[in-house]
Design a protein around this ligand. Structure first.
Ligand code: PNS
Length: 172
């Protein structure tokens, strides 16, 4: 029997910053794929004012997943489907927390299918305890001085507090 090619999943996002919810989805994806590529996009569909540059987000992701050789963290420019094809990915993984996510996720999944038919989008639900969590809320709570230590992986906390403390320079 010929060995099958490794199954690769792409988990794309802004990850500004990576939260414990993102971490949960990436680790769950390993149940579907042999290798998971966590891919930080230079261009996001929703325009946001970033707090970390793409390179910084990537460094934090690499620290978070340093224990898991089957997860690789990269950044990409241009269309996700083109990048995914170049990586030999069979699927795009996205987290679906609540019905409110559905419309945005459905639109992106359908557009990606129009652009690249064989690439499937797979939705995973996070642990129930993370269903309220979003990077934008974490950014806001941190900026207002709230305790976000339960919401981000340990390597992210200090840089996040540093970046959101009053007077710190915004990322261009
Ligand atoms: O974490 P986000 O911001 O919800 O992730 C959105 C992301 C990065 C997956 C999406 O904006 C994306 O795929 N960007 C890459 C450019 C692209 O392919 N755009 C068309 C999407 S249908």
């Amino acid at each position: 029997m010929t060995p099958r090619a490794p199954r690769i999943a792409i988990y794309p996002g802004s990850f500004d910053p990576v939260t414990v919810g993102h971490e949960d989805i990436a680790r769950r994806s390993l149940r579907l794929a042999d290798e998971v590529i966590v891919a930080v996009a230079h261009t996001s569909t929703q325009s946001k004012r970033p707090i970390f540059e793409v390179g910084e987000r990537l460094e934090l992701l690499r620290e978070v997943f340093a224990d898991e050789p089957r997860i690789r963290c990269v950044s990409f420019r241009g269309l996700l489907v083109d990048f995914a094809l170049g990586c030999g990915a069979a699927m795009i993984v996205r987290g679906l927390r609540a019905v409110s996510d559905f419309e945005y996720e459905f639109q992106m999944a359908q557009m990606n299918r129009e652009l690249m038919e064989p690439l499937e989008t797979v939705f995973l639900t996070p642990d129930l305890g993370y269903s309220f969590l979003s990077a934008s809320l974490v950014r806001e709570v941190a900026a207002l001085g709230g305790d976000v230590s339960a919401f981000v992986p340990p390597p992210v906390l200090a840089p996040l507090l540093e970046r959101t403390r009053p007077g710190s320079a915004p990322v261009e």
